[in-house]
Design a binder for this molecule. Structure first.
Ligand code: ZN
Length: 508
């Protein structure tokens, strides 16, 4: 039996090596636009997964697994191999999907928006949205994000949706959403009641928006290009100018409170904008506990630390994982990864982090972040329309760009109380729809998980805030979440820690 585990770990190691190569190529592509052979790397992975004899060995170990840990390892690997042994058609669709995804992500990464004919970066847009009192300019800046819709549609985005739909059909799944969720150890039942919860929250959302619209816009309506501006008016500290060439010292100082020494880790940061570089924030977990790289686009504003802390949270997570648990590490839920990243990202607005900058003025800064509370509470379920859009792209018949726009507008209106705006809604710029389909729930469910963890920890440690005992929290995080996270499917892990099923109540 020990041999079976050895076999599983050996397969995991070989597969991991192939993914490391692919991940390095991805890093080059996303930071410079150079494609040094991503498809060849994909083909090598496919060839590995397609191997009949290897799959038979895996299935036989899975059928005769000795104990839950061996079963879990076999299940995790089985999920990667399975579809490549169902039919030749599936293998063909998978390859076409990879090629098109790679092409479309290249279009996105090299695209730059324009305002009044002038090229702008995602940072320029962000800065206008949060700082410009000129509402017309903010509108232009926001709508500039819709400019990439057209090249993405022309590049074949709808074909990509269809390929994924065909893949699910060939697999025999109900649809691409249920298939994706199954691969993530989730099912659609987890989303039951979400729309109802949003609807219940809408009156509060409308009331709070109307209040701040009156105060800061002299209007009744908050448009999408007003949201960041209102947040900055409530907490102007967010836009404080910071010399970001010192970013690492600030981040290291913060993580040291938890007992983590970032100097012990090999983390690469690529932070400033460049031609052909992705305009998103990304962590490339190249190799567990060995090589982690962060792509971001920052310049000189305090609020940019949220991204840096989030991505550094991912990197830290990689270094806390045990590289020897190579198969179990593949089974770590995206909710756990994004939850841990968001947990650290959230410290941007807490004194444990910002005392380094505003030590003389802590009270005033605390008051500003406090002023955001009512706004944030009203918006707590606002990721939901985006999550449902991410999923319904695959459960709605879509033939034209207009079908996508209608889907987006309807969800934004019904669940986001967003008045119709512009010629086209903003959607394609969100890279997840291209590269990480059925993924957006991870951030939000990660936040719910963090709220649960915070509650459990505070009770256990007898504190009012994590910051009172950060080192004890780090131990708690390791013991309760990080160490067991590969071994259990997400719903089970949540229940082990909290004693109950996943529920939105933790953020409501
Ligand atoms: Zn993340």
């Amino acid at each position: 039996m020990a041999d079976n585990n050895k076999t599983l770990i050996q397969i995991g190691k070989e597969l991991k090596e192939l993914y490391v190569t692919k991940s390095r190529l991805g890093w080059a592509y996303y930071t410079t636009g150079y494609d040094f052979g991503i498809q060849e790397a994909n083909d090598k992975i496919t060839d590995y997964l397609k191997d009949k004899k290897r799959f038979e060995t895996l299935c036989s170990i899975r059928d005769n697994a000795a104990g839950p840990e061996e079963k879990r390892r076999a299940d995790i690997l089985f999920k990667s191999f399975e579809s490549f042994h169902l039919s030749d058609e599936i293998v063909k669709i998978a390859k076409e999907t990879q090629i098109l995804t790679n092409k479309l992500s290249g279009i996105l990464n090299s695209h730059r928006s324009h305002i009044d004919g002038k090229e702008v970066t995602s940072l320029d847009i962000q800065q206008i949205l949060s700082e410009s009192p000129d509402r017309e300019l903010r509108k232009k800046a926001f709508l500039a994000r819709a400019q990439v819709n057209k090249p993405m549609i022309e590049g074949g985005f709808i074909d990509l949706l269809n390929l994924r739909k065909d893949y699910a059909k060939a697999y025999g799944a109900e649809n691409y959403v249920s298939l994706s969720l199954e691969k993530q150890d989730l099912n659609k039942e987890v989303f039951t009641g979400w729309e109802k919860a949003v609807n219940k929250k809408l009156p509060e959302l409308k009331r709070v928006r109307a209040k701040y619209a009156k105060q800061y816009l002299q209007d009744d309506t908050v448009y999408p290009w007003d949201k960041d501006y209102i947040r900055s008016r409530l907490a102007p500290v967010l836009n404080t100018q910071i010399n970001m060439t010192n970013f690492y010292d600030y981040i290291r100082t913060f993580f040291a409170h938890f007992g983590y020494n970032l100097d012990d880790y090999n983390i690469t940061y690529d932070l400033f904008s460049r031609k052909n570089k992705s305009e998103w924030g990304y962590n490339f977990p190249i190799e567990t506990a060995k090589d982690s790289r962060i792509l971001a686009n920052i310049k000189d504003r305090f609020h940019e630390f949220r991204v840096l802390l989030h991505e550094t949270g991912h990197a830290l997570h990689s270094y806390l994982n045990d590289p020897e648990k190579v198969v179990l590490n593949m089974g770590i839920s995206g909710i756990i990864s994004e939850g841990i990243a968001n947990l650290f990202g959230g410290f941007m607005s807490k004194p444990l982090f910002y005392q380094q900058f505003f030590g003389d003025d802590l009270k005033a800064v605390e008051k500003q972040f406090g002023a955001l509370k009512e706004w944030q509470k009203a918006h707590i379920l606002q990721p939901v329309p985006g999550i449902l859009f991410d999923q319904r792209l695959y459960t709605t018949p879509i033939k034209t760009a207009e079908d996508i726009h209608t889907l987006k507008r309807t969800l934004d209106q019904d669940l986001g109380a967003t008045a119709p705006y512009g010629d086209e809604p903003v959607w394609a710029y969100r890279i997840h729809h291209t590269t990480h389909p059925v993924y957006l729930h991870n951030y939000f469910m990660g936040d719910v998980t963090c709220a649960m963890l915070e509650k459990v920890f505070k009770k256990k440690a007898g504190v009012n805030k994590i910051e009172e005992k950060p080192e004890a929290f780090a131990r708690f995080l390791y013991d309760e979440v990080i160490a067991p996270s590969g071994l259990y499917a997400y719903p089970e892990l949540f229940k082990r820690i909290s004693g109950e099923d996943f529920s939105l109540k933790y953020v409501l």
